[in-house]
Design a protein around this ligand. Structure first.
Ligand SMILES: Nc1ncnc2c1ncn2[C@@H]1O[C@H](COP(=O)(O)OP(=O)(O)OP(=O)(O)O)[C@@H](O)[C@H]1O
Ligand SMILES: [Mg+2]
Length: 338
């Protein structure tokens, strides 16, 4: 997707000069993400701005701002924290932005690209974290609407962070930006049949999307794919998915779980994220007893940070040992010299 060069804001300030934008991290169908320095709190954050061309659409703009405000009320370890939201005057009008926690890690898309399909116990563990996040947000009346591998990150310490709560509606639901929406719907592989039909999304739609996500984590491909958004949408509505075991070594219990999440009729799926989460725990080898266990091996910076901590600890031990030896020597000398 071509991105406007004007959407690279590196080196500018926003939020009444509070934030200074550093490098561009990425961009998707509707927004551009940069690393930024919060000069008030002296910390590095991530900032997401609605794409300039979409910001010209008043409906998209106000929805983006409203959804961002809702997302800012969510506070959960598996949800990317939204710190601040606002609007800045752009060349063609106001452009809304969201300042959030900078996640040091990689998306599930990147994880799949680097590692290929995951062993089923690990895939289930990641799904459980996503379901925890959804259970929490659904209780607060927020449906995610766009669960997919680029919207879930794994941190360098191996934690899971879901992002972009509710934001999809900002643009997907805008009749006025049909072209833009067609653009955004370039990857409808994780949409529920009801969303594909243009019906409102419910918590059960998120359950369906988690089914698609888990399917891909297990086998490396989505349950329904095709050359165009329409083809994929049609398959969501009409085609039966092959069980994951047709592609990968997974037990029948995992097939049943995934296929139940992927039922066409929302009423026949798990009734809630919590219900699916309980089913995941039942079939996980360890019953998901310890949800703090990392889902990924700490890499790169996290490993270097751990190594630095270990070195610091070794230094402390050495200094303490040297101090103890010096004390002992002093005591021995004191005794010998009377
Ligand atoms: N808080 C964050 N911390 C670190 N990286 C982030 C953060 N938010 C987004 N990113 C990165 O920026 C990329 C772009 O995010 P964005 O949500 O704009 O698009 P997307 O999710 O890739 O696609 P789409 O627009 O279709 O949802 C993400 O894929 C991710 O790599
Ligand atoms: Mg996203």
């Amino acid at each position: 997707m071509a991105h406007d060069r004007h959407d690279d804001f590196a080196g500018t300030t926003f939020g009444d000069g509070r934030y200074r934008t550093l490098r561009r991290i990425g961009g998707g169908g509707m927004a551009v993400v940069h690393e930024a320095h919060d000069q008030a709190l002296d910390r590095i954050v991530a900032v997401k701005r609605l794409r300039t061309d979409l910001a010209e659409d008043a409906v998209a703009r106000s929805r983006f701002a409203r959804e961002a405000e809702h997302a800012a009320a969510l506070n959960h370890p598996a949800i990317v924290r939204v710190y601040d939201t606002g609007e800045d005057e752009g060349k063609t009008g106001p452009v809304p932005w969201i300042v959030m926690e900078l996640v040091e890690g990689y998306t599930l898309r990147a994880l799949l690209r680097h590692e290929g399909p995951l062993a089923w116990p690990r895939a289930l563990r990641i799904a459980a974290h996503v379901l925890d996040a959804l259970e929490y947000s659904h209780e607060r009346g927020i449906v995610h609407r766009d669960i997919k591998p680029v919207n879930v990150m794994v941190t360098e310490e191996g934690a899971v962070k879901v992002m972009d709560f509710g934001i999809a509606r900002a643009v997907h639901g805008t009749a006025a930006s049909l072209t833009a929406a067609g653009h955004i719907m370039g990857t409808p592989q994780y949409f529920s049949p009801e969303q594909a039909l243009g019906h409102p999304a419910s918590p059960r739609s998120d359950v369906y999307s988690v089914g698609c996500l888990l399917y891909e984590l297990l086998v490396g491909t989505v349950p329904f794919d095709g050359d165009s958004a329409i083809t994929v949408a049609y398959k969501h509505v009409r085609d039966q998915p092959l069980p994951p075991s047709a592609h990968a070594a997974v037990p029948g219990t995992v097939d049943d779980l995934v296929l139940h999440a992927l039922r066409k009729d929302p009423q026949l799926r798990f009734a809630s994220a919590a219900e699916m989460r309980a089913a995941v725990a039942r079939i996980s080898p360890d019953g998901l007893a310890d949800m703090t266990a990392p889902v990924a091996v700490p890499t790169g910076r996290a490993q270097r940070r751990t190594a630095a901590r270990d070195r610091a600890r070794r230094r402390t031990v050495l200094v303490a040992a040297a101090a103890a030896a010096a004390c002992l020597l002093a005591a021995v000398l004191a005794v010998m010299l009377g």
